[in-house]
Design a protein around this ligand. Structure first.
Ligand code: NAP
Length: 251
């Protein structure tokens, strides 16, 4: 009996959730293992064998890939989870196994959008006008770039609380983003928000804030994506399944 091909799915996004089920259904003869960073507590059940926590850098990942006889890595992490994507590309190169990255398209500004594109969290923090009341759709590990601005008010929304805590005069909303632009606009109005700061995550899941900012004609400080190593990239799940068939033709 031959050993089945084994895919590692680097998860953490809505697409990864959908992918786990699709891969399991379309390639029942393959082994599939999903992996989460474990940064949030309410991890979804992907319905496939799943491990949680870092691998221990590139070396740790190489060890894991070897010991699990992984033949293909599917990188469906968040566009800003750059360290994981870089580690995956390097480890795969070391072992000469393929990586397919699911890279959802970035958001593009329309004619009514008032965006300022920046390259980093620090640049975004520096771009805020003195006295700004900023809505910060920024994760717990990144918020410190903004808290050094003692002259602004911040309304931060994230999933897990930051450490150290936010300045006393700021507000924190611990939740995932709502789907409705009306809800976002209501929040921005109620807190007298003057600027929206966000990563260019792409996708529909957190687009409501962009629509709300457009509706209220609020300036958006858009943090553009980090540069990642070149690997096989696809924009959506269908293309990813096709590419998987290309790399594992006997499956
Ligand atoms: P990161 O900087 O790329 O990853 C940091 C470390 O976490 C990695 O080096 C790896 O540890 C571990 N890790 C990340 N994803 C993993 C996975 N799927 N399986 C196993 N280990 C994983 O990413 P981050 O610190 O998690 O997040 C950076 C940005 O991405 C933030 O803006 C965050 O809001 C956004 N984001 C990330 C995720 C996610 O699932 N990672 C989800 C939504 C949004 P080792 O080096 O020890 O292997």
């Amino acid at each position: 009996m031959t050993t089945p091909e084994h895919i590692l799915l680097l998860a953490g996004t809505q697409e990864a959730r959908q992918l786990a089920g699709r891969i399991a259904a379309e390639f029942p003869q393959l082994r599939l293992t999903a992996s989460f960073a474990g940064a949030v507590r309410d991890l979804p059940d992907l319905g496939v064998p799943t491990r949680v926590g870092g691998f221990g850098g590139v070396d740790g990942l190489v060890r894991f890939l070897r010991s699990e006889s992984i033949n293909l890595i599917i990188d469906a992490t968040h566009p800003f989870a750059a360290q994981m994507s870089r580690n995956a590309a390097l480890a795969a190169e070391t072992l000469s196994i393929p990586v397919i990255r699911l890279e959802r398209p970035a958001w593009q500004a329309g004619p009514r959008d008032l965006w300022q594109s920046v390259a980093s969290m620090n640049e975004a923090a520096n771009a805020l006008a003195p006295g700004a009341r900023a809505f910060l759709a920024i994760g717990r590990k990144e918020i410190q770039a903004f808290t050094k601005r003692s002259d602004i008010y911040g309304l931060a929304r994230m999933i897990e609380p930051p450490s150290p805590p936010l300045p006393a005069s700021w507000d924190l909303i611990l939740t995932r983003p709502p789907h409705s632009a009306d809800e976002e606009a209501e929040l921005f109005r109620a807190r007298h928000i003057t600027h929206v700061v966000t990563k260019n995550s792409g996708g529909e899941r957190s687009y409501a804030k962009i629509e709300a900012a457009r509706h209220l004609q609020l300036p958006v400080i858009m943090i553009e994506r980090p540069k990642l190593p070149e690997v096989n990239s696809v924009p959506a799940i269908m293309e990813l399944l096709d590419k998987t068939r290309e790399f594992l033709p006997l499956s």
